[in-house]
Ligand binder design. Structure first.
Ligand code: NOJ
Ligand code: CA
Length: 702
């Protein structure tokens, strides 16, 4: 135990009588996890989490400070109640058909000398713990300006951690793997290509952060149900192997959030598992969120889509009607064309209709792109005004005829107040055209000035967008938002967020290292689906612009496997139609793979190294499997233990071809078919930066 932990425990137990009297412990239903909480003589709050009888979070401080009252000290225990809950609920869409919410709860009620009351609610699950601070309506305290959260997480060893820096504005960073004792963000100063970033504290990291202990136990620190509060980042204390909560501030840098009572903080979630796979299967964050608030959910549908998108990122087309402004300014003739022109969009609609995609995203369709770069510009975009070469009536008619829907795009350039002013009109405009999905984006510095992407004001904005789109029966996919924290349970129209470093970075930056997709599910995606935009077949950017050196850091087979390993109810086939038409046999997997599941099994996983996941398609007996690796080639054996007994399946295996390698030979994919049944073993070779995708279709006569 570190010095500060020993100090905390001493503080706690030296005052035996008062400490003992306030000490409460609850155990999770299957006794895997226990949480203890108590007060020391000064009325400071401490808690500890044990997992399988060993400390997972050792004695750590709790509480909040506000401008007017210190809510971390001077407390007395005035009551403590326990209850058990065991319920099973069905998500509108997801990785599994139903989710069990089974926990032991402790409501720990405190009061300070001035009479201020605060409750800490703990929930002990077998797979981790959630807790939050609650402030009931009370005399003498109506609004608080929160200045700090004092919750600490004392680690029980120098674990290996996967983390990105505590940037207030962006989560589009490459992950670092280090010991807790070595957390330091200095190298992120040299990281390019992130348009708006704000990293000011060298030891701060974002949640979720996931760690592996020496004995193989995994622990992730996260939050759930973020609303009306700054996002939770963590300030590492590498010397003492400890994290302290750090809330993203508001425009007034001395205040983190302003809250009117009654209110409660988001949940702080500690995910625990004996292995890496268990972290991926955890439903703790979803369980800590409120049930669905939308009555009629019949219009909410997972979907696959294509779009006028990658061609802009690879440099073939522009968002702006007049062409890229920097080229025009230099007096050069643009070699690019405006991507969102009627004819080009129809090409994508034809493609979507022909190959069974639900949606076509069209970016660059509306006025404003000429001025979108640059910070803090008001009223740039008009969300109801198409460019002259985009005949929206015709495009929508054409799409409808082919059973395809246009996905709306709202790039706000982070002029969020402008967007809020236009929101109702913009959604009404979508309704008029029968569009029921929107992709929003927040590139740039936030207006209101001084606010951050991860702050309280924006946390409330994202929830407002989810609410308002729901009211208009619109599904939403947010880019550059804060990381999701399970709110899709409450707002299942909030299909996905980007909120991490997506595929686009491979088109115009140093890109995503081969291990990137082996880390995302353990960190960012714990809070909710990601619109990663997989499916790139033409992985070398010099195909488009000879001088370009950028490449996708995977093989093509791995691009297929990502549809299974990176869960999302919204998946793009991100490459250009012509690239798919050249390889229709390989493309078949993207056509076949579903986006909604009844069951999910993580078969093998090691953070940053490899993941093998099998999922059963919603409403069928068909399974799909994805296996991916980092920069190291691997031979994996997959036992098909999850198949039902006595049935025969046709397995179509899309494997890395001979000598495949993400860098030197990314293209070859070998497709093979065979009959398999429960218990058979698939032996697969994954190339460096490679992967394998398998569809397992039940043979009727099996
Ligand atoms: C960044 C988004 O992540 C990307 O998908 C989009 O194309 C651009 N912004 C333009 O809005
Ligand atoms: Ca982005």
């Amino acid at each position: 135990m570190t010095r500060s932990a020993i100090f905390a425990v001493l503080l706690f137990f030296c005052n035996t009588l008062s400490a003992q009297k306030t000490l409460r412990t609850i155990q999770s239903p299957g006794r895997q996890t226990s949480v203890s909480v108590g007060l020391n003589r000064s009325g400071e709050i401490f808690y500890r989490i044990n997992y399988r009888n060993r400390p997972a979070v050792d004695w750590s401080r709790m509480g909040l400070t506000t401008k007017s009252v210190d809510l971390s000290t001077g407390f007395k225990l005035i009551g403590a109640d326990e209850k058990t809950r065991d319920e099973t609920w069905k998500p509108v869409w997801g990785e599994v058909a139903q989710i069990r919410d089974h926990y032991r709860e402790l409501e720990y009620r405190l009061q300070n000398e001035a009479g201020h009351r605060m409750t800490i609610r703990f929930r002990a699950y077998d797979a981790g713990v959630g807790f939050r601070y609650e402030f009931p309506a009370q005399n003498g305290l109506s609004t608080v300006s929160v200045t700090d959260e004092r919750t600490e997480f004392q680690m029980a060893g120098d674990h290996t951690a996967w983390w990105i820096p505590g940037d207030y504005d962006s989560n589009e960073h490459v992950y670092t793997t280090s010991k807790v004792s070595a957390i330091d963000c200095a190298h992120y100063e040299r990281e390019g290509n992130i348009y708006t970033k704000h990293i000011v504290h060298p030891k701060n990291v974002q949640t979720p952060i996931t760690m592996k202990m020496a004995d193989g136990t995994h622990i992730a620190l996260a939050e759930a149900a973020l609303a009306d509060f700054g996002a939770l980042h963590l300030e590492a204390d590498p010397k003492n192997l400890k994290f302290k909560s750090f809330l993203i501030p508001s425009a007034d840098s001395t205040i983190k959030s302003v809250n009117t009572l009654p209110f409660h903080t988001p949940w702080r979630a500690v995910l625990l598992s004996p292995d890496a796979a268990g972290i991926l299967e955890s439903k703790l964050i979803l369980n800590l969120n409120e049930p669905c608030k939308i009555e009629d959910v019949s219009w909410i549908k997972p979907q696959k889509y294509v779009g006028v998108w990658w061609e802009m990122h690879v440099g073939l087309a522009s968002w702006d009607y007049e062409g890229p402004q920097e080229i025009l300014a230099a007096g050069q003739k643009p070699t690019f064309r405006h991507g969102a022109n009627t004819e080009n969009v129809k090409r994508y609609i034809d493609f979507a209709g022909k190959y069974g995609f639900d949606g076509v995203l069209v970016e660059g369709w509306n006025t404003g792109w000429k001025n979108w770069f640059g910070q803090w510009k008001e009223e740039i975009f008009d969300f109801a005004k198409p460019y002259p070469d985009y005949d929206i009536d015709e495009v929508v008619r054409y799409a409808r005829e082919r059973g395809v829907r246009i996905i709306m795009h709202h790039e706000t350039s982070s002029a969020v107040t402008s967007y809020e002013r236009q929101m109702d009109a913009a959604y009404a405009y979508m309704n008029k055209y029968g569009m029921n999905s929107v992709k929003t984006g927040y590139v740039g510095k936030i207006i209101p000035k001084g606010e951050w992407h991860d702050g309280q004001w924006m946390a409330n904005h994202y929830v407002r967008v989810a609410e308002r789109t729901a009211k208009n029966r619109i599904m939403v996919d947010m880019h550059e938002s804060v990381r999701p924290s399970g709110q899709h349970r409450t707002w299942p129209n909030w299909m996905a967020c980007e909120a991490a470093r997506g595929q686009e970075f491979n088109a115009w930056s140093a890109g995503n290292p081969p291990e990137h997709e082996c880390i995302l599910p353990f960190t960012r995606i714990l809070g909710g689906p990601m619109d990663y935009t997989p499916g790139i077949f033409e992985v070398r950017m010099n195909t488009y612009v000879p001088t370009k050196k950028e490449v996708v850091h995977t093989t093509v087979a791995k691009q297929l496997a990502l549809y299974v390993t990176l869960y999302s109810p919204l998946q793009m086939a991100a490459d250009l139609p012509e690239n798919y038409e050249k390889r229709l046999d390989v493309f078949q997997f993207i056509r076949d793979v579903p986006v909604d599941w009844d069951d999910t099994r993580v078969l093998q996983a090691s953070i940053g190294d490899y993941i093998t996941t099998a999922r059963r398609q919603k409403g069928t007996q068909n399974w799909f499997l994805g296996s991916i690796t980092d920069e190291n080639p691997r031979d994996v054996q997959i036992k098909l233990a999850f198949l039902p007994p006595g049935k025969t399946y046709e397995a179509i295996v899309y494997a890395d071809g001979p000598d495949a390698h993400w860098d030197t030979n990314p293209y070859p994919v070998t497709i093979s078919k065979r009959a398999v049944k429960k218990g058979d073993v698939l032996r697969l070779h994954l190339a460096a930066g490679g992967g394998c995708a398998v569809s397992l279709k039940l043979l009727e006569r099996g």
